[in-house]
Design a protein around this ligand. Structure first.
Ligand code: 8YV
Length: 318
């Protein structure tokens, strides 16, 4: 039986599915793998299921000719923590879990839009602090969402799911950027340049994968294109935004607010951010629902099963 390593504890259904095919070891530690542990995993297992935080950089693969481990079946759609070229160079395939994460991540984007626009975090803090003095007609006025313009940067699976929710649920107009041409969602949308999107949108939602091309794609200069009432929502990866520039924009009130589910140096969240009222901060909750994590895990197990049975895994990325 092939030996595989799950680098974190997993929902029971995922563990059972893995055990049906493999001799499974489950790491009993919530912290990401260290370099030595990743190198040991490459040497000792036929397949590994890594996840966010397991930084399989080039140095991890360095010196391996033909590691026992031939597949890293990432648990999650984003695989920017794995150097896929370095993996390929030593014969290691990488897979991910697209599809399984789409709706849940889009739901968190809408959660952040609503919370940021309607000042939900701030209001909750007020109530919990016992500082609410009672309702009045001009108290805590936020931004009305219905009928506004949402600008989606990165119109892939998650971007499209956000667009559908915004259009069908909130009657919003959708503008977007997309590297690979127009998409037809069955309702009117407009593909525009990034600066135009930033200037026109009441909500800017970041749905691009992390890559050298998307690193700091929202920087100080790009933030100046946004309207002073507009909200920036990030459900992708933290380093898509220059966090220092975002903090400065929020402190200056140069934008209306922000909703973040990802941070540049996760899990570190700068004190400058936690001190601000006009930002909603979530702990990377994008896919945090049991059935979603089960679907992701089952997808990763299927990638392992297929690969280790000499079939092409469904979600190969390198
Ligand atoms: C995951 C995510 O839960 O799938 C992704 O890429 O960002 C998340 O929502 C997490 O990253 C595990 O991979």
């Amino acid at each position: 039986m092939k030996r595989i390593l799950l680098t974190r504890s997993m929902p029971e259904r995922v563990v059972a599915a893995a055990r049906a095919h493999f001799d499974v070891e489950i790491r009993d530690d919530a912290a990401p793998l260290k370099v030595g542990q990743m190198r040991a995993a490459l040497a000792l297992y036929d397949g590994v299921m890594p996840t966010l935080g397991d930084m399989f950089g080039a140095e991890v693969f360095d010196g391996f000719q033909n590691p026992r481990c031939k597949i890293l079946a990432n648990f999650g759609v984003g695989y920017n923590h794995i150097d896929t070229d370095a993996a390929r160079a030593v014969g290691v395939s990488v897979t991910n879990t697209p599809g399984a994460v789409t709706d849940a991540t889009a739901d968190i984007a809408l959660t952040l839009m609503l919370m940021s626009a309607r000042r939900a975090g701030e209001g909750e803090r007020l109530v919990r602090a016992g500082a609410w003095t009672g309702w009045n007609p001009t108290q805590m006025l936020g931004l009305h969402i219905t009928g506004k313009i949402v600008g989606i940067i990165g119109m892939g699976r998650i971007g499209q799911a956000v667009a559908r929710r915004c259009h069908h649920g909130f009657g919003m107009k959708v503008v977007y950027t997309r590297r690979s041409g127009d998409v037809d969602l069955g309702f009117p949308t407009e593909r525009v340049r990034q600066e135009e999107l930033l200037a026109r949108s009441d909500f800017v939602v970041l749905c691009v994968p992390a890559s050298p091309e998307t690193y700091h794609m929202i920087d100080a200069e790009q933030l100046t294109w946004m309207a002073p009432h507009a909200h920036l929502i990030n459900v992708s990866r933290g380093d898509v935004v220059d966090e220092t520039a975002l903090i400065a924009a929020l402190q200056a009130g140069a934008i209306g607010g922000a909703g973040l589910d990802a941070y540049e140096h996760e899990p570190e969240v700068p004190a400058e951010l936690t001190a601000l009222e006009n930002v909603v901060l979530l702990p990377h909750l994008g896919t945090a629902a049991l059935e979603v994590r089960e679907a992701m895990g089952l997808m990763a197990v299927e990638n392992l099963r297929a690969y280790l049975n000499d079939e092409t895994p469904p979600n190969l990325v390198n």
